[in-house]
Design a protein around this ligand. Sequence first.
Ligand code: NDP
Length: 445
Amino acid sequence: MNLEKIMNDLEKKHPGELEYLQAVREVLETLEDVVEQNPQFEANGIIERIIEPDRVLTFKVPWVDDDGKVHVNLGYRVQFNNAIGPYKGGLRFHPSVNLSILKFLGFEQIFKNSLTTLPMGGGKGGSDFDPKGKSDSEIMRFCQAFMLELWRLIGPETDVPAGDIGVGGKEIGFMYGMYKKLAREHVGVLTGKGLNWGGSLIRPEATGFGAVYFAQEMLGTKNTDFEGKIVAVSGFGNVAWGAISKITELGGKVVTISGPDGYIYDPEGISGEKIQYLLELRASNQDIVKPYSYEFPGAQFHAGKHPWEVKCDVAMPCATQNELGKEDAENLVKNGVMCVAEGANMPSTPEAVDTFKKHKILFGPGKAVNAGGVATSGLEMTQNSMKIAWSREEVDARLHEIMKNIHAACVAHGTQEDGYIDYVKGANVAGFLKVANAMMDQGVV
Ligand code: NDP
């Protein structure tokens, strides 16, 4: 099958959708062997069908701010593929949101969800609404207006959104309240819900915890672990928080966090009360990490920079896409990094990934490393369907087991002749095969 031609055709069809095209290219580049070994995929147009979303829905979201001024944002839901289960994927509220970013995230989600072994298809959605600096009342009115359109498109057996950048427990609560009122039913239509009304223990920290469990398995292939390791983390949101907490628990020392304004380097390590302070900073809806350096005088603030220039053993980008470029990767390699595990979705550029692979650095792609978030969302859906609530230990044990299994699948499909584990290939092939075979079974639809 000519994957290059398929890619070129896609580029012609969707010019300018850079993140989406980047994500598709990255997957197709790793599927050559699989499609060669499975000619039925070509005969049934599996690749052409899997790279286009089933449907893309866009809508206008008008809302009124605290001063009575009317604003209009754009809302989206990309329902990408439901071969193995209902569409599932988060909602992102950030001014950078556009169709290309949501299509890239929805496409990645297909393979990520497949890797979890739970029955979930791929989707993504969101809005260019910026929650930063907005009052809680404004956020509530926006979420209600957003759900006024979204509710007809989703359902517990159809499409189950969750959080992502800019969408945490508060926003999920406001959206769920509106869904419940419109649909007149109390069902598991969103995940990341509050504990008192259908949420799962561990869900808020699951993506970060899962990412660290995965990185721990990666380190295990080199007979080592987090104990005594210096770790650079970017972001200071939901994923970064969970990762920092778990790394600290496992004996590692996290020395950086970052925001769009720059990064903090704290050589004494970010743990305990400092993590608590971070949570307060996040809750303030502000766009900055700088205040951390006033609060904890040993820490330094580096304006406008990414943390990849510091010396570390493990790097975990947990903020956003394409935040780690070729030069950053070269710096990390020069400074002796042994493992890079992506907590965010596609934070490393293709050139950065090539650099890590060239130097045989352990490199775990987001779709495998951060799958613990959606896996725990899947566990939340199961608990909702069964109308039960598992204990913290039970959810954590299941999450840990899922991450170990995802790692094993990457090793099984990604180990090269020289023993190097190509986690990118491993994750793509393992995730793809399950969905492709399901599509084969279900005919051309
Ligand atoms: P949050 O909104 O909680 O945090 C995002 C963090 O990244 C914040 O520190 C934010 O800073 C920073 N950030 C956002 N946009 C930019 C930007 N353009 N430039 C620099 N920094 C930026 O989001 P999450 O922690 O939930 O998500 C982080 C990443 O993890 C995303 O890639 C997301 O898709 C991925 N992910 C999240 C999952 C989840 O369960 N939440 C599951 C799987 C993946 P600031 O707030 O100051 O803008």
